[in-house]
Each structure stands twice: as structure tokens, then as C-alpha cells.
Design a protein around this ligand. Structure first.
Ligand code: FES
Ligand SMILES: [Fe+2]
Length: 397
């Protein structure tokens, strides 16, 4: 699937010296990535081959593979992977491909498995990825058990893996910075928030008619809230609203909520949700959010959290995957069902409002005169920082 770098010469040419110089000007003078970065198959191929494999990418929830023998197939940038929880409690990630003829091993989540058996010729693997057996390997009835025929250890192709709370990350090319360094700015930004209290409740997907980067940029664009989400706008202390600021390759911001509530549209008469225990009082009305490069955003409200990824479905379409978390038992308890439903409904309506402006940005990318934009020095810092990170990773600098 991956093309040699030469095959990307046309797309890489979009990142000319002039384009990079424009990205790095002061925000009000800078120009964002060119239109083709949001419209062309070539640039998306470049991202699939060089951007996503070089970085740490979210691949799944640890809480989806809690018990030994749990197996979860996922895809990251089109590559099939499996998350497996071993009998030793370790969560490992492998390429979801049999070593023999390259058949996909698993296409549905499984529980309680002791071994993984390829459906094609029934080679079997332990949950640690090591080969267990190859039936009829040396002829009919002449079976091979693991390691009997060679000195090499035979193991599924492993993937570099990092864990951050419930979120499992992979680095496909194995050459990214250490995961601890990648996630350090997030640990610093959230040192006062005990994210371990959050439990997964629900996953929802939303289709956006735009390039994945535009949907993500909209998510970290605090500017549009007054215009596109007037109800949400009232939930904030207006003077505290600002753009996210860089933290390493990522970007972080904190908004202040105007009053108690679930964290979105404030309804003082709405049902309660438990909030984080032990959170410093002065942070009780704060709502931090971030972009983790490349394709993650996250919002933490006092009683809920949204972990969001944006996946391309083509150059001009993407899916927003939103996982909802609530504090401890509030993720499941019936007494909080109404409050959870309100949070889901609020995000669904926000996403409808956002999808329309994202679609407009996408359609605007067909304008030849548009050259990356005239940006606000106050609001667009996070957007231009994001563009710079994309270019840096693609140029391997
Ligand atoms: S392809 Fe898996 S056993 Fe042959
Ligand atoms: Fe929005």
C-alpha cells in the first residue's frame, strides 16, 4: 500500500520552500496549507503513507479489551491491526495479518480466546503473538509446532505501542519519538485532572463533508462559537475564550464555564452529573480541550469527556469518531441516563452546526484564488500551528 517517497513528489511539491516560509510567518501574515492539501487524492495518499505512519496514532480503547483472551480488530490509516489482551494481562498490538500467506486473521471482536487461528490454513498463534502450530506443514499429517523447524522465533508482526489512560496508540513505522515524549505535553496540561476517573460510556460517529484536517481545525477553532453555536456561547465566560496555544506539537486551551452544568449548554434545571473528585475548586468550572497531533481532539468538562478522532474517508469526506466518558459509575448508572442523553444530544446538535460550516470550507477550497487564508492573530494560532506540524512530519523535520 505504501508508495516510495518518489511517488509522492507531486504532493510533496505543495510543501515548497515558499509554502513552508508562508506557514512560519507570524499568524496574521501566514498562509495555511494550499487547497490541494484538502482536495487531492495525491495529498491524502501522502498522508496515509508518510504522515500517519510516522506519528503516534490512536488505535483503540484499552477498556474494549479488558479480559485475557479479548481480541479487537481495528484499522489505523487503512492498516489492519489487532489488539490482544494476553493471559499475563498485557495488551499487545500486532498487524492483523497471518505470517503464512498474509490472510486477515480476525475481522470481528472476540472474547475468551486462548489462541488465534488463521481461517485459511489454520496456523495458530498465542495471545503473545508467538506461533503455536502449523498443521500439515511438512506434508499431510506432518504437523509443525512452534519453533520446531527453525531457530528464528516466529511471531506476528508487532507494532510500537503506547498507552495513555484508556487510549492505546501505535506508531506504524517504529521511528517516532518515544511515546512518553509525545504525550508529555498532555500529561503536563492535565496534571490537575485525574483522567483515570473517567469511564467509557458510548461511541458515536458523524460524517463530515470535508477533509479530515478541516473538521479537526474547526474543532479547535474557538472563534466560530459565537456565530455558529449561540447557545453554547452562553455557556462560557466570554473574556476567557481564546485560541489553543502550542504545547510541543499539540495545542491546549482552557475555557471557563459561566456556571454549573454539564459543560455544554448550561441548564441549571437539568439533571446532575457527578464531577471529578478531588479537582481543585478553582478548576471546577474550567473546560480544557486540546488537539493531539495529528488527528485527535479532546474536551474535558467537569462531569464528562469527549475523546475524538478524525479519519479520512477520501480527500473531501471524513468521519468524526467521538467517545463519551463520564465520571466513574455515572458512565452506566440508570439515574444518570437522562443527563448522559442530554450530553449526547448536545454534541449531536453541535456537530450538525459544525458540519455545515466545514462543508462550506471544503467547497471554498475549489476557489483558485484562495491561498491559505488571512488569519486572525488572536484566534487562528492553533490552526497555523497544526498546519506547521503536518508539514514538519511530512518533510521529516
Ligand atoms: S494464510 Fe494463514 S495459515 Fe495460511
Ligand atoms: Fe463548532
Amino acid at each position: 500500500m505504501t508508495q516510495p517517497v518518489d511517488a509522492h513528489a507531486g504532493a510533496l511539491a505543495l510543501l515548497s520552500n515558499e509554502a513552508i516560509a508562508n506557514l512560519h510567518k507570524e499568524t496574521h501574515l501566514a498562509r495555511g496549507l494550499p487547497n490541494a492539501a484538502f482536495t487531492s487524492d495525491e495529498f491524502l495518499n501522502l498522508e496515509n503513507d508518510l504522515l500517519f505512519p510516522r506519528t503516534w496514532m490512536y488505535c483503540g480503547r484499552a477498556s474494549a479489551v479488558v479480559n485475557a483472551g479479548d481480541i479487537l480488530p481495528v484499522r489505523v490509516a487503512g492498516r489492519p491491526l489487532i489488539l490482544m489482551r494476553g493471559s499475563d494481562g498485557e495488551l499487545r498490538v500486532f498487524h492483523n495479518v497471518c505470517l503464512h500467506r498474509g490472510a486477515l486473521l480476525v475481522d470481528q471482536a472476540q472474547q475468551g480466546k486462548a489462541v488465534l487461528t488463521c481461517p485459511y490454513h489454520q496456523w495458530s498463534y498465542g495471545l503473545d503473538g508467538n506461533l503455536r502450530g502449523r498443521p500439515h506443514f511438512d506434508g499431510h499429517g506432518k504437523h509443525d509446532s512452534a519453533g520446531s523447524d527453525a531457530n528464528e522465533s516466529v511471531c506476528l508482526f508487532g507494532v510500537a505501542t503506547g498507552m495513555w489512560h484508556d487510549w492505546v496508540f501505535v506508531n506504524l513505522d517504529g521511528r517516532a519519538q518515544p511515546f512518553e515524549d509525545f504525550i508529555a505535553p498532555a500529561n503536563e496540561a492535565y496534571r490537575d485532572w485525574d483522567l483515570s476517573q473517567f469511564r467509557f460510556a458510548r461511541h458515536e460517529s458523524f460524517a463530515f463533508r470535508c477533509n479530515w484536517k478541516l473538521a479537526l481545525e474547526n474543532f479547535i477553532d474557538a472563534y466560530h462559537v459565537f456565530a455558529v453555536h449561540p447557545a453554547l456561547d452562553e455557556a462560557y465566560v466570554e473574556e476567557t475564550r481564546s485560541t489553543a496555544t502550542p504545547g510541543g506539537p499539540h495545542a491546549f486551551t482552557i475555557n471557563e464555564l459561566a456556571g454549573p452544568g454539564r459543560g455544554l449548554t448550561i441548564d441549571p434545571d437539568g439533571p446532575d452529573l457527578p464531577t471529578l473528585k478531588g479537582l481543585r475548586q478553582d478548576l471546577g468550572s474550567c473546560q480544557p480541550s486540546c488537539n493531539l497531533v495529528p488527528n485527535i481532539t479532546m474536551v474535558i468538562s467537569p462531569g464528562n469527556l469527549q475523546f475524538v478522532t478524525f479519519e479520512p474517508d477520501g480527500p473531501e469526506q471524513c468521519t468524526m469518531n467521538m467517545s463519551f466518558y463520564f465520571v466513574a459509575d455515572a458512565a452506566e448508572e440508570a439515574e444518570h441516563e437522562e443527563a448522559r442523553q442530554l450530553v449526547y444530544a448536545e454534541w449531536a446538535s453541535l456537530n450538525v452546526e459544525d458540519e455545515d460550516v466545514c462543508r462550506r470550507m471544503q467547497e471554498g477550497r475549489a476557489c483558485d484564488a484562495y491561498d491559505g487564508g488571512r488569519l486572525s492573530p488572536y484566534w487562528d494560532l492553533a490552526t497555523i500551528h497544526f498546519h506547521r506540524q503536518i508539514a514538519d512530519i511530512l518533510l521529516d523535520c
